[in-house]
Design a protein around this ligand. Structure first.
Ligand SMILES: Cc1ncc(COP(=O)(O)O)c(C=O)c1O
Length: 394
């Protein structure tokens, strides 16, 4: 007799980004030269001063369990950051929880509010984990189309259409992975009013919040009346080039944090205290803020490089929708009429460029491919030229 498994996992696919990463590693191991533009991981090293703080913290004995809410020092640093950058005031004693990266903050946020069968509204396309996690937590995911024709922001009527009596929460991610888009302040205000009128929570993943090119995005928590229904997810991964450190935070009303602490205590106990020490330094030190501003400037330079190349190469089969933030392009290749998985596999095999198929981000992502520009200018240029060359031959 076969032993039974958790059926939830039949509804979830393995991460396409991770699968692509694994294939690329195998190709590289076989000696093939690959331009890797698939993984959303900064090509910059973590600033050395942050590493020094962590090392000294280890030497001073911060190598044991710490408070599961997070150290008071880091919670205070998070509150300082949120007030400084987003203009929102959070009480570090009651409204902030330190987590194992943004993904864990999202997990704790959803775990804190969802009951089995609750409807969860999530734009399409977006990062697959948002719906996968909701499914793991027995939520019922309803995707809200965010079409390219509307700059990858759902038409407002689409939210209204998706609403049911069981809707519990709206999940947002701005700037977006994979599109790099974010909505106007007015749009966010309208969405907040909609959430209030229908008694919904809003979970907002702002891990790319400090990566924008020109206009700074408004935090969803900064909208009038939003704070009491907003669960703000963020981390140091992308903005401070600290993806491997696994440190992030959830900022939310006290009742949410109390639930989230229980979920955190019973899953990870706490985030490593020496890492929390370094994170507090990263969030508040003025020289580090300048270093992150330099990273932001480099992403902008690469974004401009791709835009310039697209004008130069003039390819109708590879259309660009200029992103406003994060470090991705979501290229519109619908003219080729080919599944995005096939496109990515062929570009990898034939031209040695690693990419992620748009379908990994939802039905609306079909026909698109995601290019990550958190890579050297040289790789970004070479990769984009090769994508266009490949497309022209189809
Ligand atoms: C939208 C989004 N949220 C969260 C994460 C994960 O962030 P962290 O490394 O802080 O867990 C990613 C990583 O790619 C992401 O794209």
């Amino acid at each position: 007799m076969t032993q039974r498994l958790n059926l939830q996992f039949d509804l979830i696919r393995q991460s396409a980004t991770v699968a692509m990463g694994d294939r690329i590693l195998a190709l590289k191991a076989s000696g093939k030269n690959i331009v890797a533009l698939q993984t959303g991981d900064p090509d910059f090293g973590t600033p050395p001063a942050i590493m020094d703080v962590a090392f000294k913290a280890m030497q001073s004995g911060l190598t044991h369990y710490g408070p599961s809410r997070g150290t008071p020092e880091l919670r205070k640093a998070v509150a300082t950051k949120l007030l400084r950058d987003e203009g929102v005031e959070y009480n570090p004693e009651t409204e902030i929880l330190i987590t194992h990266g943004g993904i864990h903050a999202y997990y704790l946020a959803m775990q804190s509010i969802l009951n089995p069968g609750d409807d969860v509204l999530i734009p399409d396309p977006t990062w697959a984990t948002h719906s996968n996690m909701a499914i793991m937590l027995r939520g019922n995911v309803i995707r809200v189309p965010a079409p390219a024709e509307n700059s990858f922001i759902p038409y407002f009527e689409a939210w209204e259409k998706a609403l049911t009596p069981k809707t519990k929460v709206i999940v947002l991610n701005y700037p977006s992975n994979p599109t790099g888009m974010f909505p106007s302040k007015e749009y966010l205000q309208r969405l907040q009013d909609f959430a209030k009128a229908n008694n919904l929570w809003v979970v907002v993943d702002e891990v790319y919040g400090s990566l924008y090119y020109d206009e700074k995005p408004t935090s969803a928590a900064a909208i009038d009346g939003a704070k009491e229904r907003t669960l703000l997810v963020n981390s140091l991964s992308k903005s401070y080039a600290m993806t491997g450190w696994r440190v992030g935070y959830l900022a939310a009303p006290q009742a949410i944090i109390e639930n989230a602490i229980k979920a955190g205590q019973n899953s990870i106990t706490c985030v490593a205290p020496f890492i929390q020490k370094a994170a507090a330094f990263a969030l508040t030190d003025s020289v580090i803020q300048e270093e992150t501003a330099n990273m932001r400037a480099a992403y902008k330079r690469r974004k401009d490089l791709v835009i310039r190349l697209s004008h130069e190469l003039e390819c109708d089969k590879v259309k660009i929708i200029e992103p406003k933030g994060a470090f991705y392009f979501f290229l519109d290749m619908r003219a080729l009429n080919m599944p995005s998985v096939e496109m990515c596999e062929r570009i990898l095999e034939e031209y040695g460029v690693g990419l992620v198929p748009g379908s990994a981000f939802g039905k609306e992502g079909e026909g698109f491919i995601r290019v990550c520009i958190a890579a050297s200018d040289k790789d970004v240029e070479e990769g984009f030229r090769k994508i266009v060359e490949w497309a022209e031959k189809q």
